[in-house]
Design a protein around this ligand. Structure first.
Ligand code: NAG
Ligand code: NAG
Ligand code: NAG
Ligand code: NAG
Ligand code: NAG
Ligand code: NAG
Ligand code: NAG
Length: 345
């Protein structure tokens, strides 16, 4: 960031800034960046589509599992999924709306796809690069925000040389400091100068087990980070972790659904079915909307105001979920996630 030197006041730059901000606000309204990092069942998805803001989803796999007209992003998770990828990706591309392919999941973690940059580049060239010829956009493997993450990405791009068309850099971010997320995403964008997809993020620390956010802190974190993601033109897409009933070891307040499968308040905030109101008095959380010391003011608590026009938002008229009990089966990727972070169920 650069700071303008103080000069005599001239209204023109400020007018331009206001016009630019107005333009951003307009762009935010029509944004279709919002996605689902999906771990629910197909009958639970329509409640997330009620505002028309969610435009895409992925679920760490190559095969679609939602029967909806939103864009599906197939992922080649890692070496273990190569066979399934080869068998089904052609059919998927023929029958499903797909604009982008996602690369390997958290290759810099031993308990995730556990790939060296060279191994990943080889997989990517063999199984992802060929689909460039079909006009698809191709995303990088997605590292964690550990210090090794951006280094791994640089090594990957070096290992690819000129043989990979990496259109998009995909990232994950876990932490409880919204400013730090923004700094990280800016830093990685500065490094690679390509569009960014943030395909997992949540208000969750994996380095300090005592750093557990409250519902209000998570809501403010979401508001601050999503405001940034929406207003930053090189951020193409993002998906909060996660759209699922249980987060298995993560702070459960980050889930976008209740355990019964209904979209919850955080989920409604995420899909724009209401707005989260940050108190506006001086000595309240409004001072810290881009920092972390949220909710430590002892003052007013932020409140969620539902949009009365959004379906299913008014109290008891929740969308009904077919089939009674929701399956709580843990998908295999989640077990791997659990193993990665060393959590017990
Ligand atoms: C793709 O999306 C369009 C509109 O977004 C929809 O009309 C079409 O049915 C979708 N195709 C498939 C195969 O889902
Ligand atoms: C990760 O890969 C390395 C090198 O191939 C291997 O030695 C190690 O066992 C793998 N770790 C896990 C958890 O699979
Ligand atoms: C939050 O992140 C910002 C930006 O990286 C940093 O300046 C600040 O010190 C962090 N706050 C805390 C409480 O760690
Ligand atoms: C963040 O909260 C403010 C204040 O309630 C609201 O106007 C704004 O729309 C919210 N932004 C996002 C991206 O949720
Ligand atoms: C909050 O911000 C206002 C100005 O916007 C300032 O006067 C006040 O001192 C700040 N409070 C704290 C606790 O930083
Ligand atoms: C804002 O955050 C800073 C630390 O980041 C903290 O010292 C301060 O008390 C917070 N202000 C309010 C009003 O919560
Ligand atoms: C609800 O819809 C009506 C009619 O389209 C519109 O006039 C009103 O502004 C909407 N309210 C909100 C809160 O969006």
């Amino acid at each position: 960031m650069t700071t303008r030197p103080a000069t005599t006041f001239s209204p023109l730059p400020y007018t331009l800034v206001l016009l630019a901000l107005y333009g951003l606000a307009e762009a935010v309204d029509v944004s279709n960046k919002v996605g689902l990092a999906w771990g629910g069942s197909p009958d639970q998805v329509s409640q997330f589509l009620q505002t028309g803001r969610v435009s895409w989803y992925y679920h760490w796999s190559e095969t679609p599992d939602i029967d909806q007209n939103i864009d599906f992003a197939p992922m080649l998770w890692g070496e273990r999924d190569v066979e399934g990828w080869q068998e089904t990706i052609g059919d998927t591309l023929d029958t499903t709306n797909v604009s982008t392919l996602l690369g390997m999941n958290e290759p810099n973690l031993p308990a995730q796809s556990n790939l060296t940059a060279q191994e990943a580049a080889d997989l990517w060239k063999q199984h992802i690069q060929p689909y460039k010829a079909r006009g698809l956009r191709l995303a990088s493997p997605v590292p964690t925000n550990a210090p090794s993450g951006p280094i791994w990405l640089q090594d990957f791009l070096n290992a690819c040389g000129s043989e990979c068309t990496v259109d998009v850099i995909a990232l994950h971010y876990y932490g409880t400091n919204a400013s730090a997320l923004i700094d990280y995403v800016n830093h990685v964008h500065d490094m690679f100068q390509r569009p960014i997809w943030l395909t997992e993020f949540a208000c969750q620390s994996f380095v300090d087990e005592n750093d557990v956010a409250s519902a209000e802190e998570i809501s403010l974190f979401m508001n601050t980070t999503v405001s940034f993601l929406e207003s930053t033109d090189w951020v193409e897409r993002y998906s909060w972790f996660g759209a699922m009933t249980k987060l298995h070891g993560m702070n459960p307040l980050n889930a976008l659904m209740n355990e019964d499968g209904h979209i919850n308040t955080l989920g409604l905030q995420y899909i724009g079915a209401g707005s989260f109101v940050v108190p506006s008095t001086d000595d309240d959380a409004g001072n810290n909307t881009t920092g972390t010391a949220l909710g430590q003011n002892g003052g007013a608590t932020p409140t969620f105001v539902p949009d009365p026009n959004a379906t299913g938002v008014s109290g008891d008229s929740w969308p009904s979920i077919g089939g009674g009990a929701t399956s709580l089966a843990v998908p295999s990727w989640l077990w791997i996630l659990i193993a990665a972070f060393g959590f017990a169920l």
